[in-house]
Ligand binder design. Structure first.
Ligand SMILES: [Zn+2]
Length: 415
């Protein structure tokens, strides 16, 4: 507990020294329902309603361009072309492969990234056919995250068509390799000389607002032994037994569910070992997926897992190979949950009558990269979806239009 407070204090100090103009707790929402009566907003909303079928058609078209992580070129070219035709000021594909369209602001505005990822988890899937059934579209990648790319494109078009002139400078991005660890966003933010004020990532279900970076850890654990036929197996070290004992012990680790800032969880999702029934396995392995809101808790749990496996390997006389690391760090900008950005988004979602609004720091999207770099960042949803990361993925059509209105209102509020 003490350590946590000390850490918070350090973060807080760092924060106030480096970003003195953010006093999140006193900040107010930029949204008022009056906004929706403005001519410009009315124009944008009627534009997307008018283009309903066109939007759905393009959503299907883009989904049918396969883009497994690392193979996003076709989609990147498409996004680039669309950014150009929409009339953005500067359009390019960066060295990582991200498609970027800059809409320059009129003056003293902020620099804001709005991103959606182009890649999907479907390695080796090169033929995709979207099915439309009632109010749903069905295809791998239909929601995650193609829906956000469409939201992004049509938001730009609606804003342009309504005559919106931004004060801020917006960087619209279709990113690569989000699914493999936010690599596209990481490469861009590492390379850029620009100073950004906000990152707004579009990913996940509508109604969810993540303002913190969930930490990821775990990895693969392998036990090895000499093996032997069952008949000669008495006393021979058994990697399967070691794995079983280790798994049982790992599940005995107490992980905090409260307070929310320390919430931590783990799962052993894969297990395997041995080749035949009548021999002692020579190799057994399992995976650990570890997640926490608090980096300290994540590392503590990871250390316990390490110790358990070492002890069991010693007791059972088997060799041990561990690949445990934190893939992505848990991080929060103090007070960001009460920032004007989060408050504005929540007001917009309430206005749109979105049920199940969830505001939490459990983000595992490319907004995490911004948060780690101390940039005020949130992740917002794209529509409602089902069976994500599976070949039978489905997405809600109506939700897409609500999510688009969410983005349009947010940009209008931010100016
Ligand atoms: Zn995603």
């Amino acid at each position: 507990m003490k350590k946590y407070f000390r850490l918070s204090l350090v973060c807080l100090l760092f924060f106030f020294v480096h970003i003195p103009n953010f006093g999140f707790s006193d900040e107010e929402s930029l949204f008022t329902p009056k906004i929706v009566d403005s001519r410009l907003v009315k124009k944008m909303f009627s534009y997307i309603e008018k283009n309903r079928e066109k939007i759905i058609k393009e959503w299907i078209y883009l989904t049918e361009i396969p883009a497994p992580s690392g193979h996003e070129e076709k989609r990147a070219n498409y996004m680039k072309e669309q950014f150009e035709t929409a009339g953005l000021d500067e359009v390019f594909i960066d060295s990582a492969g991200n498609a970027i369209g800059i809409w320059k602001g009129s003056g003293q505005g902020k620099k804001i990234i709005i991103s959606a990822h182009m890649d999907t988890v479907f390695q080796g899937v090169w033929k995709i056919k979207v099915k439309r059934e009632g109010n749903r579209l069905k295809a791998p990648g239909i929601g995650d995250d193609t829906a956000s790319l469409i939201n992004c494109l049509w938001s730009i078009r609606a804003l342009k068509q309504a005559g919106f002139k931004p004060k801020n400078t917006y960087y619209f991005m279709g990113t690569v390799e989000e699914e493999t660890g936010f690599l596209g966003m990481q490469a861009f933010l590492n390379a850029t000389k620009e100073k950004f004020d906000m990152v707004i990532a579009l990913d996940g279900d509508l109604g969810k607002v993540h303002y913190g970076a969930l930490g990821f850890g775990g990895g693969t654990i392998v036990f090895r032994g000499p093996g032997a036929h069952t008949m000669q197996s008495r006393g021979v070290p058994n990697p399967n037994l070691a794995a079983a004992k280790a798994i049982e012990k790992i599940y005995e680790i107490e992980l905090p569910s409260e307070p929310v800032e320390k919430w931590t969880i783990l799962n052993i999702g894969m297990i395997g070992g041995g080749k035949v029934r009548n021999a002692v396995s020579q190799e057994s392995h399992f995976t650990v997926d570890l997640r926490s809101i608090d980096q300290g808790e994540l590392e503590k749990a990871q250390e316990k897992i390490r110790k358990i496996c070492q002890e069991i390997a010693f007791e059972e006389g088997v060799e041990l190979e561990m690949q445990l690391n934190s893939h992505s760090k848990a991080y929060q900008i103090p007070g960001s949950g009460k920032s004007f950005l989060v408050k504005t988004v929540v007001d917009i979602l309430r206005f749109l009558e979105i049920k199940d609004i969830e505001v939490d720091p459990l983000g595992s999207t490319e907004a995490n990269v911004g948060i780690e770099k101390g940039i005020l960042s949130v992740n917002l949803g794209r529509t409602y979806g089902w069976y994500k990361h599976s070949l039978r993925e489905e997405a809600d059509i109506e939700g897409l239009f609500l999510a688009m209105k969410q983005i349009l209102l947010l940009i209008y509020c931010l100016q």
